[in-house]
Design a protein around this ligand. Sequence first.
Ligand SMILES: Cc1cc2nc3c(=O)[nH]c(=O)nc-3n(C[C@H](O)[C@H](O)[C@H](O)COP(=O)(O)OP(=O)(O)OC[C@H]3O[C@@H](n4cnc5c(N)ncnc54)[C@H](O)[C@@H]3O)c2cc1C
Ligand code: FES
Ligand code: FES
Length: 480
Amino acid sequence: MTQQISFILDGRVHQLGFEPGSPYTPITTVLQYLRSLPNHKGVKEGCAEGDCGACTVVLAEPSADGKLNYKAVNSCLLFLPKLHGKQLITVENLQDAQGTLHPVQQYVADSNGAQCGFCTPGIVMSLFGHYKTDLSAEREEIEDTLSGNLCRCTGYQPIFDAALKALDERKEDRFSQEEQDVAAQLKTISQSGVRIETTTHYYSFPASLQEAFTEMEAHPGALLLSGATDVALKVTKQHQQLPEIIDLSLVPELKKIETTGDMLRIGGGVSVNEVLEAAQKPFPALYKIAKRFGSKQIRHLATVGGNLAGASPIGDLTPVLMALKARVRVMRAKEQRTMALDDFITGYRQTALQEGELLTHIEIPFLSEQIKIGAYKISKRRDLDIATVSAAFRLEFGAGKQISEANLVYGGMAAMTKHARQAEDFLQGKEWNRTHAEAAARLIRDEFEPISDARSGADFRRIVAGNLLIRFWADDAGTK
Ligand SMILES: Cc1cc2nc3c(=O)[nH]c(=O)nc-3n(C[C@H](O)[C@H](O)[C@H](O)COP(=O)(O)OP(=O)(O)OC[C@H]3O[C@@H](n4cnc5c(N)ncnc54)[C@H](O)[C@@H]3O)c2cc1C
Ligand code: FES
Ligand code: FES
């Protein structure tokens, strides 16, 4: 265990301790750290809650093939210890020693895409993150990349033009030439876990599941965190101190995706972007919802475990995973238990997790041809918005045309993700046609008593909840 964190910035390994007198604590964000340095003022603070993208930086970390994975992330949501073992790249690092701009910067400048100094550095970093992956240069893909970068002035067109040109001509840049050296340097940084103890904070990075349980036993009151996209807001918005943190993001057992005979098993620490990739073929409804989750920057950090353990009534993954009959595996030191996700969520932001337990895996059974699944998210904006209402449906058919089991799961309609039980009972044994979909929709409108809030009135929620079932029928064209 080490007391310091080590990371690469500006081409060299930095070691940062948190001893008394240090201006930084383990809950200082990377944004605050960068803004405190004389030569990294390009990174900006807009919202400090992951919504504007002005603070976007890129993190590079070694992958299994010896190369580096580059991910654009919101530095306002990253606690400093999360830099351990990674390369931090900011907009100041993109040009080379001779002052030649990176192709992404050059095209943004040439296409008049540099519209204001506040958003442009973050936009450039998101595009740089895209440039450094094998994502396509299609407009849709670029839109997705920019979904976490707000521009409210003259619009995105010049930025898209710049992105299309830069990505069309993608070639080796100086980061590719330096990649092996950087990867080798990063490998020399100890991955054996970090434990930082200051007079005010305790922050540990267990390097295995066993170590995580030892830490949890020694610090029963500590807050667990994975991507910290929920937890960071406790610091940036509520100014909480979070004196004890156990960060699970370096636990390898939680980061695996495995296919067994009849299910996909996803580690609790797998990011939403990785879930998206894994779900595309076997679970298109999960893919569709994961694609609408936050922004690319958020999805790089946010994990499936954090989403379910947070038990938000508007969490995006819960309804669709419930419709997929996902099971949750939770573990404490030597014991483990598995339960239906339906039983895991017990109330408003409450779960069945007991003290000393953590969520280790989600298990999603593969679907048979007798099952139809659909999932929908209604929000005020398509990108980077939380759901006003979400719904996920599962219809199982027996040998005939009748529905043998219906699961209709809603988010945003109650204090927790909830089934529309009356409509489920009504559909059982019925044919799947418009008449029955409309009758079930009426029951759904009557069954829930949603709240009115800034996002919508209760009536809108009720109406849309029913209509989504009819939409599911229409999308399916009523055929089995
Ligand atoms: C700008 C922005 C946009 C967002 N958009 C969306 C969206 O579109 N849809 C959506 O659903 N959510 C959204 N969120 C919320 C958040 O990103 C998700 O809930 C995310 O999945 C949380 O995962 P995390 O790894 O960041 O969790 P963390 O913040 O690390 O943790 C969240 C909670 O889960 C607990 N926890 C984490 N991992 C485990 C584990 N393995 N075992 C037990 N407990 C654990 C933590 O103790 C904490 O209570 C958004 C957040 C932001 C800031
Ligand atoms: S400051 Fe707005 S996303 Fe970080
Ligand atoms: S680039 Fe800043 S508002 Fe458009």
